[in-house]
Design a protein around this ligand. Structure first.
Ligand SMILES: CC(C)(COP(=O)(O)OP(=O)(O)OC[C@H]1O[C@@H](n2cnc3c(N)ncnc32)[C@H](O)[C@@H]1OP(=O)(O)O)[C@@H](O)C(=O)NCCC(=O)NCCS
Length: 270
């Protein structure tokens, strides 16, 4: 089982989210065969056929686990059966809940054997995780993907700072373009993020507009040493809660051991 660092707590069974909270979830994508089958059983027909189109078994299994876990997580907020949730997509491919009177927003990212999920209420959100590939943190790749201002900062960093800066920049940019819902169509050189190690994560400018940049907050997420992750959220008036994903029955066992009654645990499922 994936165990991220201590900041990631076991969630309560009854989940509530307000618009002053942002929840992020960390899940392991390497699951046992029975768990994969269980998660596959809650996917839609369209998701199951998408899974079947992956050439490698590992990619197929990771997609099933990532999507099944997304359904499981959202069902805990919505008090609905996970298989009854419907997704729709914007013109750039960002998934959203189809029937969403409650204004619950979410975003998902996966890399290596980790999936991260961000859930918000009434505000846009984007998340990105990347498994670190040291050979990737090179100047030509930075020039290709980063803005001119970011490339200029990156090029004068000391060699030992470059890996950290590269993946901070990459994940912050990805999280932001995912929060806007436009993905790479937003234009990677249309905005600047901070990247100097030990300086706070920040969106510095959007199309030269610092005021638009201040509408958004960026945050690093610590998971494991060989991963970097970032979160982009509309506004600044929110607090982060970080959860480790566990199947509901494992939380039941955990909370039983800590004397929380079973009836409390079941209230959240229809
Ligand atoms: C598709 C894209 C949104 C994210 O791609 P990615 O980083 O390779 O993959 P991630 O695992 O982080 O995110 C994929 C998830 O984002 C979601 N997503 C897809 N399109 C999205 C969009 N327009 N906006 C927000 N989220 C989107 C989906 O849930 C998808 O997962 P799923 O297909 O399993 O449901 C887009 O940013 C992209 O094509 N990136 C390519 C990489 C790149 O050039 N990055 C430059 C960084 S400087």
């Amino acid at each position: 089982m994936l165990v991220p660092n201590d900041n990631w707590k076991i969630p309560p069974v009854q989940l509530r989210i307000t618009n002053e909270q942002v929840h992020v979830w960390c899940a392991g994508l390497d699951q046992c065969e029975s768990r994969i089958q269980q998660l596959e059983s809650i996917l839609s027909d369209e998701e199951q056929s998408r899974a079947q189109r992956f050439y490698f078994q590992k990619d197929r299994d990771h997609f099933i686990v990532a999507r099944g876990t997304l359904r499981d997580i959202l069902s805990r907020y919505l008090n609905r059966q996970p298989e009854r949730l419907n997704f729709c997509y914007n013109e750039y491919g960002k998934p959203m809940l189809a029937e969403n009177s409650g204004r619950l927003s979410f975003n998902i990212s996966h890399s290596g054997n980790i999936a991260l999920y961000a859930v918000t209420y009434g505000r846009e959100v984007g998340i990105d995780v990347e498994q670190i590939r040291p050979d990737f943190a090179e100047e030509p790749i930075a020039r290709r993907f980063f803005s001119p201002a970011e490339t200029a900062v990156f090029s004068v960093l000391a060699a030992h700072e470059k890996k950290e800066a590269f993946f901070s920049c990459w994940t912050r940019k990805e999280a932001f373009i995912k929060a806007t819902g436009k993905g790479v169509s937003f234009g990677l050189d249309n905005f600047d993020v901070s990247l100097v190690p030990d300086k706070p994560a920040a969106l510095l400018s959007v199309k030269g507009d610092k005021k638009e940049a201040r509408r958004w907050s960026l945050k690093n997420l610590d998971i494991q040493p060989d991963y970097r992750a970032a979160l982009a959220v509309e506004g600044h008036d929110w607090q982060l809660q970080s959860w480790q994903w566990r199947p509901l029955e494992q939380i039941t066992t955990f909370t039983k051991e800590t004397n929380i009654s079973k009836s409390d645990l079941l209230l959240n499922r229809s």
